[in-house]
Design a protein around this ligand. Structure first.
Ligand code: NAD
Ligand code: TDX
Length: 342
């Protein structure tokens, strides 16, 4: 089998490429990535010399390029991770989110239809369901919860999901969609909450927490997400949506304090800063369908997963220190400069 993975130089795509290259030596894994600010070939060092792995640099929204790639490679499966993924960036620059997340997905769908792929899998997010109130812990996102987005990011992802489902209904393309909760783990870009807090706490720098830190996210270790996608790709039913999550709801403040405790750093590093506009209050996934129909079970609890993640950041300083000393420093100053004290 030939499996085209897009966005495999990013956080989750990179972990997925590692997983697939190791688990399926007989398959060929082709990683198509544009290498935007979020893509990093260092993440692929462990697999770059493997005979069943190939990297191709390119843009999923470039129709001619994508069609040529499909003509040449004829992939059996397509797994689309490629996206602009950071909510804060979507608030300052929504256009690129439409281009990559919506138009890029549509180009991949056209190519998948044209070349008759056996399965097109779209990696989506729980953010397409909008948010839940903080005072209703009994409510969860189910696969049939209406799409109700808040940010330009989540709107672009929801839009892509609708195109994916339309290609199944209209053209009979065999598609699946997974909607996962917040991931954490190795190779997570330090603009996102958990790696941002780990890297800044290690340097005794102020930790920006939006609003009062009471927003709730449902955290899943990236390797449990990768297992779920592998399972859906091989055993999921075409046309179906699967929610992925492990019931690990935490307030942002709880997450930050857990990391500080593990690193033996003081809570006085926390600084409450201006809230994110339109900030979603709570995400919580009901993964029953994936568990009962496909037998998925996460391996990590939040406690074991966050320990493994912190250890990875301690043991792989080069990976993230390279990022935070580069172009990312300008982004950080622009994003938080006026808000954070010295
Ligand atoms: P990421 O930002 O770390 O990686 C995105 C990758 O896509 C990068 O390597 C980037 O270079 C590449 N890319 C961007 N634009 C491209 C283009 N036009 N053509 C080709 N490649 C391009 O993102 P991530 O956190 O790994 O998320 C991966 C996917 O999972 C996304 O679709 C995201 O919406 C979804 N998702 C993420 C989370 C999470 O918590 N991070 C949770 C649920 C779903
Ligand atoms: O500096 C910060 N301070 C802060 O309080 C940052 C970067 C975030 N936060 C808060 C905002 C959120 O409530 O922490 C929470 C997590 O923020 P992010 O790491 O930016 O993730 P989130 O906005 O929840 O979105 C993530 O999960 C769903 C991914 O980035 C998306 O790609 C995925 O779809």
């Amino acid at each position: 089998m030939k499996i085209l993975v897009t966005g495999g130089a990013g956080f989750i795509g990179g972990n997925f490429v590692h997983h697939m290259v190791k688990k399926y030596p007989e398959d060929k894994i082709i990683n198509l990535d544009l290498l935007t600010y979020a893509g990093n070939l260092e993440t692929l060092k462990p697999v770059e010399d493997k005979p069943n792995y190939e990297f191709v640099r390119g843009d999923i929204a470039d129709r001619d390029f994508v069609m040529e790639l499909f003509e040449r490679e004829r992939p059996d499966y397509v797994v689309n991770f490629a996206a602009e993924s950071h909510v804060d960036r979507s608030i300052t620059d929504p256009g690129v989110f439409v281009r990559t997340n919506v138009m890029g997905t549509q180009v991949l769908l056209d190519a998948s239809k044209e070349y008759g792929v056996k399965r097109y899998h779209q990696v989506s997010t729980d953010e397409v369901y909008g948010d839940l109130p903080l005072d209703r812990p009994d409510l969860f996102f189910h696969e049939d919860t209406p799409l109700h987005t808040s940010s330009p990011y989540s709107s672009s992802k929801a839009s892509a999901d609708l195109f994916v489902l339309a290609y199944e209904r209209t053209y009979g393309l065999p598609v699946t969609i997974s909607r996962c909760s917040n991931n954490y783990g190795p190779y997570h870009f330090p603009e996102k909450l958990i790696p941002l807090i780990i890297s800044r706490a290690l340097a005794d720098e102020k930790l920006p927490v939006y609003g009062k830190g009471e927003n709730v996210r449902d955290w899943l270790h990236v390797s449990d997400h990768c297992e779920a996608i592998d399972l859906i790709l091989h055993k999921g039913k075409p046309g179906e949506v699967y929610n992925v999550g492990g019931h690990n709801e935490k307030t942002n403040l709880e997450v930050v304090k857990t990391i500080l405790k593990a690193l033996d750093k003081p809570e006085s590093l926390i600084e409450f800063v201006t809230d994110r506009p339109g900030h979603d209050l709570r995400y919580a996934i009901d993964p029953t369908k994936l568990e009962t129909e496909l037998g998925w079970k996460p391996k990590y609890t939040f406690e074991t997963g966050i320990r493994q993640t912190i250890d990875w950041y301690l043991e792989n300083r080069d990976w993230w220190e390279n990022i935070i000393s580069g172009e990312y420093a300008n982004y950080f100053d622009k994003m938080y400069g006026e808000d954070l004290s010295e």
